[in-house]
Design a protein around this ligand. Structure first.
Ligand code: ZN
Length: 296
């Protein structure tokens, strides 16, 4: 089971979010049938969005989107305050050769463009206020650096972000995934920042640690080195989408009576696929007739 830890250090001036997301990324890869490089990119986005979303308040929803000119087109991830995340890409089968160092060319597949963060509040209790939308240019395309750049430049929170996805060539393809996000709150002391930067520079890869069984608290400890920390919260996190058969029915009904009659006459069924999670809902003849009965 994937887990996320929210911790603080240095009298609350340093906030640490760490998560293992192997299950989440496996689920996303299975649902969207992504190529290896796209899997790495989507996995980093899902993990980064989950970490950033861990500080959401009640009724908030967070969407992060990278829109670049690379072959993947765009990647979107959305986290809720309940610790769920979902996401999708524009072109799941885009692929590029590996880089000379044997790593996936995530920056190449993303390209240059814009990194968006959209925060919505109150959506699930019926409020529809204007969402907050922050955006910065894609500075790296490797995703972790882009989260850090966004936090520093758009939210004035200096941060260090590590995101990793380790893949294998056989199912379930994702061997390990996870990440750590360290946010320096107002009052964080320069000495502590330097110590953390130095620790991270010499730290092992998060995915190597997760493969060997590291928990989110172990990842936080790795990133903080000798600095003590206090875990405020540990929770389970998962890939989840809020689509349902009932919502698919409501969407078909929303097409209107004439359109539903035409579908019933011509195709005798309607197939709805959720863009976020790739789940397919099949409405058969009976379901379509039931919708038409509701109109009369
Ligand atoms: Zn869905």
């Amino acid at each position: 089971m994937d887990k996320l830890v929210h911790a603080i250090a240095a009298e609350g001036t340093v906030r640490v979010l760490a998560a293992t997301t192997t299950g989440i990324v496996s689920e996303a890869v299975r649902r969207h049938q992504t190529s290896p490089t796209v899997s790495a990119a989507l996995g980093r986005m899902l993990t980064g969005t989950l970490l950033l979303g861990a500080t959401l308040k009640d009724f908030d929803r967070l969407t992060v989107k990278v829109e670049g000119d690379g072959p993947v087109g765009a990647i979107t991830a959305e986290a809720t305050k309940d610790g769920t995340v979902r996401g999708y890409v524009k072109n799941a089968v885009a692929e590029l050769p590996m880089k000379e160092n044997g790593k996936f060319d995530v920056a190449g597949i993303v390209g240059s463009g814009t990194f968006y963060v959209i925060r919505e509040a109150g959506y699930d209790i019926g409020f529809r206020p204007e969402p907050y939308i922050g955006s910065v240019p894609i500075v790296s395309g490797e995703i972790a650096e882009d989260f850090a750049y966004y936090l520093a430049n758009s939210e004035q929170i200096p941060s260090a972000v590590m995101l990793g996805v380790l893949l294998s060539s056989t199912e379930p393809f994702v061997t390990a995934a996870g990440g750590v996000m360290i946010q320096m709150m107002p009052g964080a002391n320069e000495h502590i920042i330097t110590m953390i930067e130095d620790t991270i520079r010499h730290a092992p890869h998060v995915t190597e640690m997760i493969r060997e069984g590291a928990s989110p608290a172990d990842l936080a400890e790795m990133a903080l080195g000798i600095i003590d920390f206090e875990v405020l919260e540990e929770r389970e996190v998962s890939f989840a989408c809020n689509c349902s058969f009932e919502k698919a029915v409501a969407m078909v009904a929303g097409l209107g009576r004439e359109e539903v009659e035409a579908i019933l006459a011509e195709e005798k069924q309607a197939v709805m696929t959720c863009g976020f999670c790739n789940e397919t809902y099949l409405l058969d003849e009976n379901d379509l007739k039931k919708i038409l009965n509701e109109f009369s």
